[in-house]
Design a protein. Structure first.
Lengths: 448, 484
C-alpha cells in the first residue's frame, strides 16, 4: 500500500491544508453469482484479513422480531454443514487467527485476521457458512445463542449506566414503522419469539452471494487468492435480488420531551435532531459541526460547560448517519449540584451563537486537520473492525466504490465556515427530541 | 461470464478464462468435508530494536516501521500508582492528568489546541507499575508535535485554577464509578486480595477519601521525584530513523534534569485461609459481576510461559474451558475468562464474568469446577497443541501497527526483557508440556483459598450463594467496607 501525502505548510494557519492522495490500491471483480470481491495487497506483516459485509441489518427485521439480525449473526459462528459446532472458532484460533462479527442497522460484517499461510482456511470457513448454514441449524444452537444474546443485552444495555437511553430516543424520534425506531439488540420478548424457521428464511433472503461483499487484504498472492475464491464461493447459488429498504429520511422533527430513571448518580441530557443519511450533502458538514461543538477541550460546549462554568462532567456530540436516515445528537452529563435545566440553557446559547455568528477559520481548520490525520491513522491495520478491509467494504457497499477514500476526505476539505453555520441553522432547530435520564427517585432534577 | 468475442480479440484473456473454467469443473467435486491445509509458514521478521540515549540518562528505543507517514511515541516512567503514599492513592494518576494542564509557555487550552491543530493525539496515564505518555502524530509534524510533548512532560506549571477543576472532575468521576458494577467488582477484589492501603490493593484513580487529602504540592513533589529522565525510556516506532529523531529529542528533552525516583514498598499480601464469598448489593441488577481468584505471580517468574499456556486452556481465549462452559454450553453469560496480571510484583489472578442474576450461584459452581479441573487432571494433548498453536501462530498480529509494536516494547522496558526476547518466545512456548501445565496449575491456582466477589442483587443471589459451601456470604459496601 502506498500513501503519499503532500507536505503541509503549517505557517499559513488561515490557508486550507492541501490534502494528499490516499492511494489505496485494490482490484475489484464480481463472480457470476453476484459476490463482489475486492483484493488489496499489503505485505508489511505476514497476516491477511478476510472481511465480508452482508447488506442486511436490523432495518430488515419483521415486526415482532427485533434483534433478529444480530441473533442471526451469532448463529453464523455455530458451525455449518461441513464445520461442526465450535469448529469455526476452533480452526481459526488454532491457526492463530482472531475473528469477530457485528450487526448494525444496515449491514452485518464478519472478519478474521489470520497468519498468511491460513488464507485458504478462512475462505473455506466463510464460504461454508455463506452456502450451507441452514442445514446445520438446530433448535439447541438457537436456544443457546438466544441466551447468549440476552446476556449481551443485559451486559451492554440493561446493566450499564444510561444503557437504555439510545433505544428510548429512537422510539421517540421515529414512527414505529421506521426501521430505525427499534434497537439493533432488540427486545427480550422478540428474542424469545425467534424460531428456527425465521433463521432459515433470513438466511435465504439475505445471505446469498449477491447480497455480500468480500475483501481480502494483507499479505497474499492475488492469483492464488482468486483461485480459492472461485473454488470455494464460485459454486454458491445466486439468491433473489434484495430490494432497497423502502423508507426515507424523516425531515420534520417533532418537539418531544421525556424523562426516564436509571441506576445512575448523575442526570444526563440527550438532545436529538433528524439530520441526513450518509449520502446526504450535509453529512460531512455535520461531522465537523459536531467536532466544533463538542469534540475537544476547545470545542464550544466543552469549553463553556465543562471547562469554564464547570456545571457539566462531560459533553459529546455526533452526526450518526446511516443508510436511509441520520440523526445529530448532543449528550451532556450534569455535575453534582446542577440540573439539566441549567445545562440546557447553556447548550442552547452555544448553538444559537454558532447559528448567528458562525465559527472561526481556526476552529474549522483544527477540525479538518484532525479529521485528515485520522484518515491516515485508520490505515494502520489491514483487518478487524475499522481496519482497511472493513473500510474497503464500507465504501463498496455504501458508496458503490471501494476506493472512495479520497472522495470521502475531499468532502471535508471543501467545507466552509458558512456551510457550518447554515447546517446549524437548518438542522439544530427548536423541534427536537429531549431525553433526560435521572437518578432513581430524583425526578426533581427533571428538565421541565 | 464468458464473453467469446473478447476471447477472440485478446489472446491474453484466454488463459485466465480457461483456468476459471477448469476450476468450475473441479468445484463439482469439491470435497468440503476436508479443511484446507495451511501453506508453508512464512518467515516472520520481528522488529529490530535500536537503542540510543541522551546525556541526562533518557533511554531511547526505536523501531523503524516505514510505509505509513506516522510516528508513535511512548514515554515510559518506571513509577505508577504503586508508589502513591498509602493514604493518598491517586497521586500518580492525578499528576498524569495535571501535566497537560499548563506549562511555562502554554495554558491548558493552548496545549489542547496546538495538538489538535497538528492532528496529534496524546494520552497520559498511570498504571500500577508505570506512567505512560503516548502520542501519535503524522511524520510531517514530528518536530512540532515533539516540542509540545516535551513541553508537557518536562515543564508543567501545575496551575492552581486547573487543579481545582481537575480535582472536582476527578471526584465526580469516582462517584460515577458506583454506576459501573464492573469497576466496583475490580476495586473491591483488589482491596480484598492485597489490603486497601497496599500498592496493588489501592485503586489507581484513588478513592473519595484519598483524593480529598491530595494537594497540589503533593503532585508537584511526585512530579519532581519521578518525572526524571533517568526514570524514563522513550519508545519511538514508525516512519523515522535514529539519525533523524535523536537530534530533535536532544533539543526537546536535553535539558530535562535527572533526579532520584521513588519506588513502592510491598509487604506480603494477607493470606486467604479458605474460599469465601463477598457480596456487594446492586438492587435490581440485570447481571451479577463475578470475580474469583487470589494473588498470582510476577512477570519475572520463570514459569511465565507454562502459566500463559495453562491460562489459555483455562480461560484465556474464546475456546477456553471457562468460556465454552459458561457461555457456549450453559448460556449464563456473554463472555467468561481468566487471566494473570503479570506485573513487577505478583499481580492478581482473576476468573471473571457478568452473568444472568438467576444463575449467579450456578456460575460460581462452574467456575470452581474448571479451576479445580485444571489442577486435578492433565489437559489433553489436543488442548495443549491448540493453545500453543494459537499463541505461536498469533504472534505476528501483535506486531502490525506502531501502537502494537510500542506496547510490546513497553513490556521489554518495564520487565527488563532482553532485546532478543521476541525471538525466544516461540521456542519457550513450544517447550511447555502437559506435565508443566499440570504443575503450574497446582502451584499457582488455589481453588480452596480464593476470594469470590459478586456485585449483584443481594436479595436474589444471596440464598443460593450461601448454600455453596463457602460459609455465609459477607456483605460489603461499594467501597469494600464490611456492613454486616
Amino acid at each position: 500500500m502506498k500513501v503519499s501525502l503532500a507536505l503541509t505548510i503549517m505557517l499559513c494557519a488561515m490557508t486550507a491544508l492541501s490534502y494528499g492522495q490516499l492511494n489505496i490500491k485494490f482490484e475489484k471483480y464480481v463472480l457470476p453469482n453476484g459476490l463482489q470481491v475486492i483484493l488489496h495487497e499489503d505485505h508489511s506483516t505476514p497476516i491477511v484479513a478476510v472481511n465480508i459485509w452482508y447488506h442486511v441489518g436490523s432495518a430488515r427485521e419483521k415486526p415482532g422480531r427485533t434483534g433478529f439480525a444480530h441473533l442471526f449473526e451469532h448463529m453464523m459462528f455455530q458451525g455449518s454443514l461441513d464445520v461442526p459446532k465450535g469448529g469455526h472458532f476452533g480452526s481459526l484460533q488454532d491457526a492463530g487467527g482472531t475473528l469477530n462479527g457485528s450487526t448494525a442497522n444496515d449491514r452485518t460484517n464478519y472478519w478474521e485476521n489470520v497468519p498468511s499461510q491460513f488464507l485458504e482456511l478462512a475462505l473455506y470457513l466463510e464460504s461454508d457458512r455463506m452456502g450451507f448454514l441452514a442445514p446445520a441449524m438446530t433448535q439447541e444452537k438457537l436456544d443457546n445463542q438466544r441466551d447468549v444474546v440476552k446476556n449481551e443485552r443485559r451486559q451492554s444495555y440493561d446493566n450499564r449506566p444510561y444503557g437504555r437511553a439510545d433505544e428510548t430516543i429512537a422510539a421517540m424520534l421515529y414512527e414505529p414503522s421506521h426501521p430505525y425506531s427499534w434497537p439493533v439488540i432488540g427486545s427480550m420478548t422478540d428474542l424469545s419469539a425467534a424460531s428456527l424457521d425465521d433463521v432459515k428464511e433470513f438466511f435465504t433472503l439475505y445471505y446469498a452471494p449477491n447480497n455480500a461483499s468480500l475483501v481480502i487484504a494483507g499479505d497474499f498472492n492475488p492469483a492464488q487468492a482468486k483461485e480459492w475464491v472461485e473454488k470455494y464461493f464460485g459454486g454458491l447459488p445466486r439468491g433473489k435480488d434484495v430490494d432497497k429498504v423502502a423508507v426515507n429520511q424523516p425531515t420534520k422533527n417533532a418537539a418531544k420531551r421525556q424523562t426516564m430513571e436509571d441506576h445512575v448518580q448523575l442526570p444526563r441530557l440527550y438532545l436529538t435532531w433528524h439530520s441526513t443519511p450518509q449520502s446526504g450533502a450535509d453529512d460531512a458538514t455535520l461531522d465537523v459541526l459536531a467536532d466544533i461543538l463538542a469534540g475537544g477541550k476547545n470545542s464550544r460546549a466543552y469549553r463553556s460547560l465543562v471547562y469554564e462554568k464547570q456545571i457539566a462532567q462531560d459533553v459529546a456530540a455526533y452526526q450518526d448517519s446511516r443508510e436511509v436516515a441520520g440523526l445529530f445528537q448532543v449528550e451532556i452529563t450534569a455535575k453534582p449540584g446542577f440540573t439539566l435545566v441549567d445545562i440546557e440553557k447553556v447548550i442552547d446559547a452555544e448553538i444559537v451563537t454558532i447559528q448567528q455568528s458562525g465559527v472561526t477559520e481556526r476552529e474549522l481548520q483544527r477540525s479538518k486537520n484532525s479529521i485528515k490525520a485520522n484518515f491516515i491513522y485508520r490505515l494502520q491495520s489491514v483487518g478487524g473492525f475499522g481496519g482497511k478491509a472493513d473500510q474497503l467494504n464500507r465504501y463498496n457497499v455504501m458508496w458503490g466504490d471501494p476506493g472512495s477514500f479520497n472522495k470521502d476526505l475531499a468532502r471535508y476539505e471543501k467545507i466552509t465556515a458558512k456551510e457550518i453555520q447554515e447546517a446549524a441553522q437548518k438542522y439544530l432547530t427548536k423541534e427536537r427530541v429531549a431525553l433526560s435520564v435521572v437518578p432513581e427517585g430524583k425526578k426533581d432534577l427533571e428538565d421541565k | 461470464m464468458m464473453e467469446i468475442e473478447s476471447m477472440k480479440l485478446n489472446l491474453f484473456l484466454l488463459t485466465p478464462l480457461l483456468i476459471t473454467f477448469c476450476l468450475s469443473l473441479s468445484y463439482a467435486q469439491l470435497d468440503r468435508s476436508r479443511k484446507p491445509e495451511p501453506q508453508p509458514t512464512p518467515k516472520i521478521t520481528l522488529p529490530v530494536i535500536q537503542r540510543a540515549a541522551l546525556a541526562n540518562g533518557l533511554k531511547i528505543l526505536l523501531v523503524e516501521r516505514h510505509g505509513l507517514p506516522i510516528v508513535q511515541m511512548q514515554l515510559v516512567l518506571q513509577t505508577g500508582s504503586a508508589s502513591d503514599p498509602p493514604a493518598k492513592s491517586g497521586i500518580a494518576n492525578l499528576t498524569a492528568q495535571m501535566v497537560r494542564e499548563g506549562t511555562g509557555k502554554r495554558g491548558s487550552l493552548k496545549i489542547a489546541d496546538d495538538l489538535e491543530y497538528l492532528g496529534a493525539s496524546l494520552s497520559i496515564y498511570s498504571t500500577t507499575d508505570a506512567t505512560l505518555a503516548s502520542m501519535l502524530t503524522l511524520k510531517e509534524h514530528l518536530p512540532a508535535a515533539l516540542e509540545i510533548y516535551s513541553d508537557v512532560l518536562c515543564n508543567p506549571s501545575f496551575p492552581d485554577s486547573e487543579w481545582t477543576r481537575i480535582k472536582k472532575t476527578h471526584l465526580t468521576g469516582l462517584m460515577q464509578r458506583k454506576d459501573r458494577p464492573v469497576a466496583v467488582a475490580d476495586n473491591v477484589f483488589a482491596q480484598l486480595l492485597y489490603g486497601s492501603s497496599e500498592p496493588y490493593g489501592r485503586p489507581t484513580d484513588g478513592t473519595d477519601a484519598s483524593v480529598k487529602l491530595i494537594s497540589l504540592e503533593d503532585l508537584k513533589t511526585f512530579y519532581t521525584t519521578n518525572y526524571v529522565p533517568n526514570n524514563a525510556t522513550l519508545i519511538v516506532v514508525g516512519d523515522v530513523t535514529v539519525a533523524e529523531v535523536v537530534p530533535i529529542l536532544q533539543n526537546c528533552f536535553g535539558n530535562w534534569k535527572a533526579g532520584k525516583p521513588s519506588f513502592p514498598l510491598f509487604s506480603s499480601a494477607p493470606k486467604i485461609d479458605s474460599t469465601r464469598i463477598y457480596l456487594i448489593d446492586k438492587p435490581q441488577a440485570a447481571q451479577s459481576e463475578i470475580r474469583i481468584g487470589h494473588v498470582g505471580i510476577a512477570r519475572s517468574n520463570p514459569d511465565y510461559f507454562p502459566v500463559v499456556v495453562m491460562n489459555a486452556i483455562l480461560g484465556g481465549q474464546f475456546t477456553s474451558r471457562i468460556n465454552l462452559n459458561l457461555r457456549e454450553a450453559k448460556g449464563y453469560t456473554y463472555g467468561a475468562r481468566s487471566g494473570f496480571a503479570f506485573r513487577k510484583e505478583a499481580g492478581p489472578f482473576i476468573a471473571q464474568a457478568g452473568v444472568k442474576s438467576a444463575v449467579t450461584d450456578s456460575s460460581v459452581i462452574e467456575f470452581m469446577k474448571e479451576l479445580r479441573g485444571i489442577c486435578d487432571a492433565d489437559v489433553s494433548q489436543k488442548e495443549l497443541d491448540f493453545a500453543k498453536n494459537s499463541l505461536v501462530r498469533g504472534m505476528p498480529q501483535g506486531f502490525e501497527t506502531p501502537g502494537q509494536i510500542s506496547s510490546q516494547l513497553v513490556n521489554v522496558v518495564l520487565y527488563n526483557l532482553p532485546d532478543d526476547y521476541f525471538n525466544t518466545v516461540v521456542q519457550n512456548l513450544e517447550k511447555v508440556s502437559i506435565a508443566d501445565v499440570r504443575r503450574v496449575a497446582q502451584q499457582y491456582l488455589h481453588p480452596n483459598s480464593m476470594d469470590i466477589v459478586v456485585v449483584g442483587d443481594v436479595a436474589l443471589t444471596r440464598p443460593g450463594l450461601d448454600k455453596l459451601g463457602y460459609g455465609k456470604t459477607m456483605l460489603l459496601d461499594p467501597d469494600g467496607k464490611r456492613i454486616e
